[in-house]
Design a protein around this ligand. Structure first.
Ligand code: NDP
Ligand code: 8X3
Length: 253
C-alpha cells in the first residue's frame, strides 16, 4: 500500500468518524477500530465509494488487553505499516459528585480512557519504531487541563492522558515519533448521550443556546497537525467553542 496508514480508535462515531472522513479525503488508508462493527463497515464502504480510500475494520474493545494484543499482532502485513495512531476512543460515564459516584462508571472511564489508550499504544509503538517513525495523536480534552464540579473521574482520566502525552513526547523523540494532544471543549457528538446513559433530552441541553464545536472542527485540526513538515511537532492544541471560555463558562444566548 503506497498511501499512509492511520489507525483510529473510536472510529464508529463523533470525532473518530469525522477524522476518518477527513483523512480518507486526503488519500490516507484507514484502520477503523471500535465495538460497533456495522457502523465501521458502513463508514468503510462510504470512504471507498467517495474517496477511493481502503479501510480495514477491526472490532475492538480497547479495554480488553489480550484482544488488543491479538488483533493488532494479527493484522495483515501490509496493514502493519502504521504511520499514525489516533487514540480517540473514550467516554465520560455519569456526572456526579464523588460521594454519589457510581463505581462502575469510574471503572469504565479509567479502563477505556487510560488503560485502553495504553494497551493500544503499547502494541502499535513497536510497529512504528520498526518503520522508522510515526505520529501519535492523543485526543484528550479541556477536562485534561482543568477540573469542573462532578467531572472528577473523567477529568482525572483526561489529566492522565495529558501526562501520558507529555511522557510519550519525551520518550519517543529519539525515534523520531511525533506526539500531539488535542484538547477539545464542547463538541456535539454522542458524547453527552453516552455520559447520561442514553438520555437524549438531557444530552441535547448541554449544547443549547450556543454554537458548540462540531466533529469536523477537530478533524480539520488533526489534518493541520499531520500536514506540518517533518521538523515541526505540535505538542498540544486546546480548541474551544468561541462561546466557551473554560469548561464551566459557556455564554448562552
Ligand atoms: P462519541 O461517543 O461520539 O464517540 C466515542 C467513540 O469511542 C465511539 O466510536 C465509540 O465506539 C468509541 N469507544 C468507546 N468506548 C470504547 C471501547 N471500550 N473500545 C473501543 N472504542 C470505544 O464521542 P466523541 O467522538 O465526542 O469522543 C471521542 C473522544 O473525544 C473521547 O476520548 C472523548 O473523551 C473526547 N472528547 C470529546 C469531547 C466532546 O465534547 N464531545 C470534548 C473533548 C474530548 P463504540 O461504542 O462503537 O465502541
Ligand atoms: C468533553 C468536554 O467539558 O464535557 O471532554 O468534559 S467536557
Amino acid at each position: 500500500m503506497s498511501s499512509k496508514i492511520v489507525f483510529i480508535t473510536g472510529a464508529s462515531s463523533g470525532l473518530g468518524e469525522a477524522a476518518a472522513k477527513q483523512l480518507a479525503s486526503e488519500g490516507y488508508s484507514l484502520i477503523l477500530a471500535a465495538r460497533r462493527t456495522e457502523r465501521l463497515q458502513q463508514l468503510a464502504d462510504e470512504l471507498l465509494q467517495r474517496y477511493g480510500a481502503p479501510s480495514y475494520c477491526m472490532e475492538l474493545d480497547v479495554r480488553h488487553r489480550d484482544k488488543v494484543q491479538q488483533l493488532i499482532s494479527q493484522l495483515p502485513e501490509k496493514w502493519k505499516k502504521i504511520d499514525i495512531l489516533i487514540n480517540n476512543a473514550g467516554l465520560a460515564s455519569g456526572l456526579s459528585s464523588i460521594e454519589n459516584g457510581d463505581i462502575d462508571d469510574w471503572d469504565v472511564m479509567i479502563d477505556t480512557n487510560i488503560k485502553g489508550l495504553l494497551y493500544v499504544t503499547r502494541q502499535i509503538l513497536p510497529l512504528m519504531i520498526e518503520n522508522g517513525g510515526g505520529h501519535i495523536i492523543n485526543i484528550s480534552s479541556i477536562a485534561g487541563k482543568e477540573v469542573y464540579a462532578n467531572g472528577n473521574v473523567y477529568c482525572a482520566t483526561k489529566h492522565a492522558v495529558d501526562a501520558l502525552n507529555k511522557a510519550m513526547r519525551i520518550e519517543l523523540v529519539k525515534y523520531p515519533i511525533k506526539v500531539t494532544a488535542i484538547n477539545p471543549g464542547a463538541v456535539e457528538t454522542e458524547f453527552s448521550i453516552v455520559r447520561f446513559h442514553g438520555d437524549e433530552e438531557r444530552a441535547k441541553k448541554v449544547y443549547e443556546g450556543f454554537d458548540n464545536l462540531v466533529a469536523g472542527d477537530i478533524a480539520e485540526a488533526i489534518s493541520f497537525v499531520l500536514s506540518r513538515p517533518a521538523h515541526v511537532n505540535i505538542n498540544e492544541l486546546t480548541i474551544m467553542p468561541t462561546a466557551q471560555a473554560v469548561a464551566g463558562v459557556i455564554h448562552r444566548k
